[in-house]
Write a protein that binds this ligand. Structure first.
Ligand code: GTR
Length: 331
């Protein structure tokens, strides 16, 4: 689902070139900010970064330009987060599960079975809790600019349909590089294997892992669905994506440009939300048409109950406990 066609791309390239020229002729030196995303070029988060770049170039008269590096061109997610903290990468679209281990309060958004619907999640992210979480990045070397949608993550594998928690037993399930995600899979009776996103496809084809867990668009755009034909709608997490900026790059901006970056990031998250729903539905249809067996009817309660230990552990931290309680109160 390309977001804009070839003619559109040329027009934008021409506009950006014109703006750079304008910046040069007015004596302003154009600055380039590097943005990393692990997903491929047509993926909505990457398209949102391009969109944000266009807004910023336009609003700064070409003074600030965003150069997007998609498809792990700057490395796997975990390394790019570290590079963003060090200031070697300026902007990074990452999943909250990965940054959770560095910015503790943010891990709450990755808690299993915390949100009962995407609507509740969006209310949380768009409201005061969302702003507080974005503001909590700064002491760790990042600025939180905006959240992006990521839907719900579910479990898929190549061995058998998961209809009950007993079916999880012994399966080797790839998880993101996150202790919380490993603990979750272990609590479900399976064996977690932490791997970077870029290694999952090969690991599925070589049976290093039996399965993984992700949202519909990631399951399909990566080709995982071709090697893991059983997808159970566990919807165990709704961990959102987040756009962060390195504190170093942020501090180098004038307050006028900081405002432009913030507003452009929020605008890009609205742009992305529109694309997301369609891609989710389309990806599900594509997987189904390719013969993926989708299990919607499964015994959810034991999955939720198995998380008791994880909650007990996280809730020992009063700040996390308060956040969980506030989130649960949002309808
Ligand atoms: C995707 C997310 C990526 C990455 C990936 C993964 O849903 O957009 O940033 O975290 O999941 O499972 O590694």
């Amino acid at each position: 689902m390309p977001v804009y066609n070839r003619a559109g791309r040329w027009r934008i390239a021409a506009l950006v070139a014109l703006l750079s020229l304008a910046a040069v002729t007015t004596g302003v030196v154009a600055r380039e900010f590097r943005a990393a995303d692990t997903q491929s070029m047509d993926y909505p988060t990457v398209q949102a970064l391009y969109y944000m770049g266009r807004v910023i170039a336009e609003r700064t008269g070409g003074r600030d330009q965003i150069r997007v590096f998609h498809s792990r061109q700057l490395g796997e997610e975990k390394e790019t987060i570290e590079q963003t903290r060090a200031g070697a990468i300026d902007l990074n679209r990452t999943n909250m599960a990965l940054i959770g281990s560095l910015v503790p309060a943010t891990n709450v958004l990755a808690m299993p079975f915390l949100f009962h619907s995407v609507e509740q999640l969006q209310k949380v992210l768009d409201g005061p809790i969302g702003s507080e979480i974005l503001n909590s990045f700064e002491p760790y070397g990042f600025i939180g600019l905006a959240f992006y949608d990521s839907g719900a993550r579910s479990i898929y594998n190549s061995v058998r349909p998961i209809r009950s928690i007993a079916d999880m037993k012994g399966l080797r399930i790839r998880v993101q590089q996150s202790e919380l995600m490993s603990n979750m899979v272990r609590a479900l009776g399976a064996e977690p294997v932490q791997l970077p996103y870029g290694q999952v496809l090969t690991s599925l084809t070589t049976h290093l892992v039996d399965g993984a867990e992700n949202n519909w668009p990631s399951f399909v755009t990566t080709g995982h669905y071709k090697y893991a034909g059983y997808y159970t709608l566990t919807e165990h997490t709704m961990t959102p994506e987040v756009l962060i900026m390195s504190l170093k790059a942020w501090n180098s901006l004038s307050s006028e440009d900081q405002k432009i970056f913030r507003e452009a990031a929020i605008q890009s998250s609205h742009f992305m939300r529109d694309k997301w729903k369609d891609l989710e539905a389309q990806s599900r249809r594509e997987a189904q048409a390719a013969g993926v067996i989708i299990t919607t009817d499964f015994d959810r309660k034991p999955f939720e109950d198995a998380m008791a230990g994880i909650y007990a552990n996280v809730l020992r931290d009063p700040a996390a406990a308060e956040l969980v309680e506030r989130i649960r109160k949002v309808e």
